[in-house]
Design a protein around this ligand. Structure first.
Ligand code: MG
Length: 255
């Protein structure tokens, strides 16, 4: 069976290792966040992330992932770029919103998380988009409880985001995470309550609302990675890797 089709339940020792990977990843993201200001290139951000990964003896599951191989350790996606932006010479500008997605492999387990932040002063609309997308993540996390199904998470995210007048992506989803960056189950940002996989203690899921202002439609640029809003409207992305427990959901990707 393909590993990506299988739900891998983690035991407490494995959850602890995932927590460590999550901590390292949080440290990468905190470092990158502190560097975000006008004039910084997206390659500078990637270089800073690689320095932190190296300091912890960690590696990036993004580097060389896929076809063509992703050439960097983080993805940096600006404004209409929803996810998978490739770091390079572009400089951040006042008023941009920038999404950073990072993964860290530590002792064979992966932490995967993302945030979006404004560069300097941003428009009220952009600010609202960030608030809604981040809140959608926490609404989803709150549904990660034994007794619920994966569709309950998806539906809660969709209902909240669409209720705020924004749109959730269809082509990209949250996912199980562990020794593999993408394990079962897929957890879309849209769905129907009471459907999908029953949640069990020890499941670890990277939940990642991706939200667009204009429509839910996206396209991929000619670099074959960068995903943009089809109408070039603003987009945002927040993500945490989270463990289902017998009690409260455990966010793995925090310091
Ligand atoms: Mg992810």
């Amino acid at each position: 069976m393909d590993a990506s089709n299988q739900v891998h339940i983690k035991n407490p020792a494995e959850i602890s290792l995932m927590r460590e990977a999550g901590r390292v990843n949080a440290s990468v993201l905190a470092t990158v966040r502190n560097l975000i200001k006008p004039g910084v290139t997206t390659a500078d951000l990637n270089a800073a992330a690689e320095e932190i990964l190296q300091k912890y003896g960690a590696s990036s599951p993004f580097k060389n992932y896929g076809h063509p191989p992703f050439p960097a350790s983080i993805t940096v996606s600006i404004n209409e770029q929803l996810v998978h932006g490739i770091p390079g010479k572009r400089k951040l500008q006042e008023g941009d919103i920038v999404s950073i997605d990072s993964g860290a492999v530590v002792d064979g387990f992966i932490g995967d998380a993302a945030f979006t932040v404004g560069v300097g002063e941003i428009s009220p609309r952009a600010r609202r988009l960030l608030e809604v997308t981040e809140k959608a993540l926490y609404i989803g996390i709150d549904r990660m409880r034994v007794g619920n199904r994966s569709g309950d998470i998806s539906a809660a995210i969709q209902k909240y985001v669409e209720g705020q007048g924004f749109h959730v992506v269809r082509e990209y989803t949250g996912h199980g995470v562990g020794r593999q960056m993408h394990e079962a189950p897929q957890v879309p940002n849209h769905g129907t309550p009471g459907t999908g996989v029953p949640l069990r203690a020890g499941m670890t899921i990277a939940l990642e609302p991706m939200v667009l202002v204009g429509t839910h439609r996206t396209r991929v640029l000619s670099d074959r990675w960068t995903v943009v809003a089809a109408d070039r409207s603003l987009t945002a992305h927040f993500e945490h890797s989270v463990a289902v427990t017998e009690g409260e959901p455990l966010i793995l990707t925090v310091l």
